[in-house]
Design a protein. Structure first.
Length: 192
């Protein structure tokens, strides 16, 4: 109940402030309070590294601050931030191609940690399954991975994803279909 009230207050702050400097800072604070954790988690699922996700999320909010005047509808702030996050991630990924290197090093370090820890077998198996699934998601083509995460993990609808990515709702449906098919194939290979 208190969380819903806090969200309404923050959304109200987004709409109530104009484009002046101090008010922009207030609007940015409201965006950060509402969405920072969610955006960082989304970016982590895209890049597979906590440190990179934290840096990417900070960059997203800097870009959001610079583009704050383009946020016309306060209720669409979440979708607007996801569009900035996806575009920023794509820009970050292109020159470095960090995705494979980070995912591999992250999985290797977790394997070592699991081997030397004395945690129960169930926890180790659950972590291993989670890592394997995350690795399968990481191996999807970028658009399919983004669409899958926005739809399944974040609850966006087809039209919202399409608007955020600049594609049609039908293209979103097709990307989601192909992502699920590729994941199903990868999981079937693992089970066999």
């Amino acid at each position: 109940m208190a969380s819903a009230r806090k969200n309404r207050t923050a959304i109200g702050a987004l709409g109530a402030c104009g484009p002046e400097g101090g008010r922009d800072a207030h609007r940015l604070d409201a965006l950060i309070n509402l969405h920072a954790r969610e955006i960082q988690l989304f970016l982590y699922k895209l890049c597979g590294d906590h440190h990179d996700a934290e840096e990417l999320a900070q960059d997203v909010f800097v870009k959001a601050f610079r583009r704050l005047e383009s946020l016309r509808e306060p209720a669409a702030a979440r979708r607007w931030l996801y569009a900035i996050a996806v575009n920023h991630f794509n820009d970050w990924l292109k020159p470095q191609r960090r995705r494979f290197l980070r995912a591999q090093s992250s999985l290797e370090s977790r394997d070592v940690a699991a081997a030397i820890s004395e945690k129960p077998v169930k926890e180790t198996l659950a972590r291993e399954l989670s890592d394997t699934l995350m690795s399968c998601v990481q191996d999807l083509p970028n658009r399919q991975r983004v669409v899958l995460l926005m739809y399944s993990a974040k609850g966006f609808g087809y039209a919202e994803i399409g608007e955020a990515l600049g594609i049609t709702a039908d293209a979103v449906k097709m990307s989601l279909f192909y992502a699920r098919e590729k994941l199903r194939g990868q999981i079937e290979k693992l089970v066999d």
